[in-house]
Design a protein around this ligand. Structure first.
Ligand SMILES: *Cc1c(COP(=O)(O)O)cnc(C)c1O
Ligand SMILES: [Zn+2]
Length: 388
């Protein structure tokens, strides 16, 4: 493989536009309470790189190194994340009358969920900047992924998880040798406990959107999708939304690819799926608000969707509006029957979050949001095995 270099330029706040040095550790913009995002020198990159070069490289997310924040190749840790299959779902397509239905199956990632993409990036960049100890509040899968990559990198991790988080997630954190703290309540309570533990300690907080690099890892889903569609994009992407990193990440990827001249201006309509037991984004979207209110008494079997207050609510809602997308809530019963249907008809045992995207499909067809000729991609974000 030829030596690839990152074109990372700086960090910026989408609210106030401040520029920050990407060679220093930053979390979020404290004055705006907004996530920070990484920017690249795309005008320079467009002169020297074309997509066929990327397609020839060995599989995995580091193929996209120019568009990722890690500068020193020694920190590009890997457990084989990324380049997950985009599988045609012909049986389900026939059943629902959609000619082109596809499932991007993220359960192939290390620790069996797409959280691997984000956490490998946060750990790699954190280590490059000198971090020795990472801390995270999590609904489950992000903690597993952090623990695995911290082990890989030889650094410490502390994971704060609701005590009713899936048992396999707890077991993974322990076997990878990370510190596991079980908390009464939801991910928001885990976040409070983690914050207290961090007081006065040199730990890097890799909570969703509280640092800029998990987003960069999740962005690779959008890059892969564009490549899979021969540098165009599907008509509709249906994505199970908790903290929104995947949705916002893909939206960012499309913008960067257009600036590179690799895709045109056509965009998929982005659909957020949540559970009726925790649907702050759905509610805000249909109310036409720019911000989502905290969802009280959140409950759903899809633990990754049990996020009552998303820190990046503005960015999620912007992506939905700009893409002319929508947001849909489905019940746990609908999730469970969709999970069975995807397993029986396609041989994919999806996580409840992934199954929620299939549960949303008949609703979107009813609303005529989806037409039979649309190319539709469902995201199965993890494996159902982890919820047993
Ligand atoms: C975390 C998680 C989600 C939600 O992901 P975001 O990108 O934070 O919205 C969906 N599915 C699974 C399996 C998850 O672990
Ligand atoms: Zn700001």
């Amino acid at each position: 493989m030829t030596q690839t270099i990152s074109y990372l330029s700086h960090l910026t706040c989408p609210e106030c536009g401040i520029h920050l040095n990407a060679g220093e550790i930053h979390g979020f913009c404290a004055s705006c309470q907004s996530p920070l995002v990484a920017r690249y020198s795309l005008d320079d990159l467009r002169l020297v790189l074309d997509p066929s070069q990327i397609s020839c490289r060995p599989r995995g997310i580091w193929r996209w190194a120019e568009l990722l924040p890690v500068i020193d190749p020694a920190f590009r840790f890997t457990l084989g994340e990324g380049d997950t299959p985009l599988l045609p779902a012909n049986h389900l397509g026939k059943r629902y009358g959609i000619q082109n239905l596809l499932i991007k199956d993220e359960s192939f990632n290390p620790t069996a969920s797409f959280k691997a993409r984000g956490l490998v990036m946060a750990v790699a960049k954190g280590c490059e900047l000198g971090v020795k100890h990472f801390i995270i509040p999590t609904a489950g899968n992000a903690g597993s992924a952090l623990a695995a990559y911290a082990a890989r990198a030889g650094v410490q991790a502390s994971v704060y998880m609701p005590k009713d988080a899936p048992r396999p997630n707890q077991a993974e954190v322990e076997i990878f040798g990370a510190g596991l703290v079980l908390v009464d309540g939801l991910i928001s309570d885990a976040a409070k406990a983690a914050n207290q533990a961090r007081q006065g300690n040199a730990m890097f907080d890799v909570s969703t959107f509280k640092e800029p690099y998990r987003l960069e890892g999740k962005k690779t889903m959008g890059l892969e999708l564009a490549e899979d569609f021969q540098w165009s994009l599907p008509d509709v992407i249906i994505y199970p939304t908790g903290g929104g990193t995947g949705l916002v990440g893909m939206w960012k990827a499309f913008e960067e690819l257009e600036k590179l001249g690799w895709i045109g201006s056509q965009r998929p309509r982005m659909v957020s799926v949540q559970s009726t037991g925790c649907a702050p984004i759905v509610k805000a979207f249909h109310a036409g608000s720019q911000r989502a209110e905290f969802w009280e008494n959140a409950h759903t079997i899809a633990s990754g969707l049990r996020v009552p207050g998303a820190f990046a609510d503005r960015l999620i809602l912007q992506a939905l509006h700009q893409s002319e997308g929508t947001a849909v809530a489905v019940t746990d019963e609908q999730i469970l029957s969709a999970q069975k249907e995807m397993a029986e008809r396609e041989g994919i045992f999806a996580a409840p979050e992934g199954a929620a995207t299939l549960a949303a499909l008949p609703i979107l067809l009813d609303q005529q949001f989806i037409q039979p000729h649309d190319r539709v991609v469902l995201f199965n974000t993890g494996s159902g095995i982890k919820y047993l």
